[in-house]
Design a protein around this ligand. Sequence first.
Ligand code: CDP
Ligand code: CDP
Length: 227
Amino acid sequence: MVKIALDGPAGAGKSTVAKEVAKRLQMTYVDSGAMYRCVTYLAIKRHVTMQDETGLSNLANAMQLMFIPSEHGQVVHLDGVDVTDAIRSSEVGALVPLVAKHARVRECLVEKQREMARTAHSVVMDGRDIGTHVLPDAVVKVYLTATLDVRARRRHEELVRQGFTGSVADVMKLLHERDEIDGRREIAPMRPASDAVVLDTSCLAIHEVTAMVVSLCQARMHNEVRH
Ligand code: CDP
Ligand code: CDP
């Protein structure tokens, strides 16, 4: 059983790298952020406010989530419906850190995340608190980061492909606000674990970051086998 934790702010490259690492090392990829996004998506649809901790944790408890590997990455099914694109909207992106602040929502989702890790043979999980809280015994912990400017440009390109008409500055503002809330919240704030490798990806191409993370995983896994 091998556990790999990838954390860091939005647009650092976590999910792209995690998917590729999972493919190359034949591991299960768990996108913990998608779980917070699904609760937020349901809350918007069902008119549950972002302050209603009980209502939000009920949604988190009741939702049935499935991550289905596909040719283009991963498809997210929420209560039997494909929400892969819907949960990546800028509306969900703006509200998700307000949902992720609540202790009872986090308890419920962390339990689901640990259960997924238990049932998978080997897992790569990305998020904000995977190395510090969800999988503290992960054999590899990487904290990916990049400047706000670079991350906003990357995310802007993605959103434009989905029909977003705002500017890079709009995206920068959204990311900055999200980083602030994620980094300052009381419970499991976004930060590198004390034993994480911190990698600034600002000037690195995605294949370079992937290669670094894969070789780190291979070295650590090799070491584990020897000891
Ligand atoms: O893909 P991106 O980096 O934009 O975000 P994400 O990984 O989909 O996560 C969306 C949001 O969920 C984050 O901004 C956090 O508010 C929350 N989150 C969290 O609190 N803890 C995690 N382990 C993962 C995500
Ligand atoms: O999951 P996270 O929010 O950390 O980032 P992502 O969704 O994996 O990456 C956001 C976008 O930046 C994707 O379109 C990646 O292909 C791109 N990216 C890049 O061009 N170079 C990197 N070193 C990392 C990500």
